[in-house]
Design a protein around this ligand. Structure first.
Ligand SMILES: C[S@@+](CC[C@H](N)C(=O)[O-])C[C@H]1O[C@@H](n2cnc3c(N)ncnc32)[C@H](O)[C@@H]1O
Length: 292
C-alpha cells in the first residue's frame, strides 16, 4: 500500500516502533506534583520522571487502562497526553503576560498547558460536538483563563489581526502517526485535502500573531505535503518569517526533509523537527516560527 511505501522512504523506524509506555502531566490547576505523585504511589503506581520536565511522567502501557480508576485521575490532578504533544506545547515558551491563541484546540490538552503558564488563552474549535466536550474538559480541569470560540480557524485573522503573543496551530491532519497495522482510510486525496486546509490555517495563524511573537505549527502525520510543504508555503508567502531552531533533549527525532518527490524545500525547513515514535512518544511534526 502506498502509505507504507512512503513511510519507509521517510524513515523505516516509523513502521517498526512499539508503544510500550504512556505519559501524563500534572494538572497544576488541581494541586501540586508531590500531591498527585503521593496519591498514585499510594495506589501502587511508580511514575517515571521525564528528563526534560519536572511535571511529566511515564508508566508502562499495561497500566493505561487501570489508571483512569485512580483518585489522581478522577480528581483531574493528572492529564494523559503523549510526550510529543507535551514537548511541542512546552516548546512555545509561554510567559506569564502572554495571550495565547490555540487555533485548532479540541479536545483541549494543549490549551490546558498554556492556561497554566499564560495570562489568557483563546481556544478555537469549529466542530460543535468537539467544542462542547472541550469546554467541559476545561471546566473539569479547573482552567479559568480560557475563552472558547466555536469558529473556523481559517478566518480568525480577519477579526483578530496581529493580536496574540503566541499562537499554536495543532493542525487537523491525515493522522498517519495513529496508523497501527491495517489502514483503510488512508488516501493521497485525503493528504492533499488536509494540505490545502493547513495552508489556509497557517496563514491565519501567522496573520493573528503580533510582530515579535512566536508560533508553533504541528501535526501528528508523516506526509511531507502536510509538514515541510506547509512550512515551505508559509515562507514563500512571508519571506520575512523566521524558523526558530528547537533544542530537542531526546534522540528519537530527525530534522525536516530537504526535498520530497523532486521538490526541494526552502533551506530553513531543515530546522523543522520530526519526532519519531518511541516509548511514550508518538510520531509528530513541529516547527517554531517567529514573526519579526
Ligand atoms: C489535532 S486536533 C487538535 C488537538 C488539540 N490541540 C489538543 O492538544 O488537545 C485538530 C483539531 O482541529 C479541528 N479543526 C478542523 N478544521 C478546523 C478549522 N478549519 N479550524 C480550526 N480547527 C479545525 C478538528 O476538529 C480537531 O479538533
Amino acid at each position: 500500500m502506498e502509505f507504507f511505501k512512503r513511510a519507509k522512504k521517510i524513515n523505516p523506524v516509523i513502521l517498526s516502533a512499539k508503544k510500550d509506555a504512556f505519559s501524563f502531566r500534572i494538572n497544576h490547576h488541581r494541586g501540586t506534583t508531590d500531591e498527585a505523585l503521593a496519591m498514585l504511589r499510594d495506589e501502587g503506581y511508580e511514575p517515571v520522571p521525564v528528563a526534560w520536565a519536572e511535571d511529566v511522567f511515564t508508566l508502562p502501557i499495561a497500566q493505561r487502562k487501570s489508571i483512569v480508576k485512580t483518585k489522581a485521575y478522577t480528581q483531574n490532578r493528572i492529564y494523559i497526553q503523549n510526550l510529543s504533544s507535551i514537548f511541542a506545547a512546552y516548546s512555545l515558551d509561554i510567559e506569564p503576560e502572554d495571550w495565547v491563541l490555540d487555533l485548532a484546540a479540541a479536545p483541549g490538552g494543549k490549551s490546558l498547558i498554556f492556561s497554566e503558564r499564560a495570562k489568557k488563552v483563546s481556544a478555537v474549535e469549529p466542530d460543535k460536538a468537539r467544542f462542547f466536550r472541550m469546554k467541559r474538559n476545561f471546566k473539569e480541569h479547573g482552567a479559568k483563563n480560557i475563552q472558547t470560540y466555536n469558529k473556523d480557524g481559517r478566518f480568525i485573522y480577519k477579526t483578530c489581526p496581529a493580536w496574540f503573543d503566541k499562537v499554536f496551530l495543532d493542525a487537523p491532519c491525515s493522522s498517519e502517526a495513529h496508523i497501527d497495522g491495517e489502514v483503510t482510510w488512508w488516501s493521497m486525496r485525503r493528504v492533499r485535502r488536509f494540505s490545502k486546509l493547513q495552508k489556509e490555517l497557517i496563514l491565519s495563524a501567522y496573520e493573528s500573531l503580533k510582530p515579535g511573537g512566536q508560533m508553533v505549527y504541528a501535526t501528528c502525520t508523516y506526509a511531507p505535503e502536510e509538514n515541510e510543504g506547509v512550512i515551505d508555503f508559509l515562507l514563500s508567502r512571508y519571506p520575512e518569517a523566521r524558523i526558530v531552531p528547537v533544542e530537542v533533549p531526546f534522540s528519537n527525532f530527525q530534522p525536516g526533509l530537504a526535498e520530497w518527490e523532486g521538490k526541494e524545500f526552502h533551506p530553513d525547513v531543515r530546522h523543522c523537527v520530526r519526532i519519531l515514535p518511541e516509548g511514550a512518544y508518538s510520531g509528530f511534526f513541529m516547527t517554531k516560527i517567529a514573526k519579526p
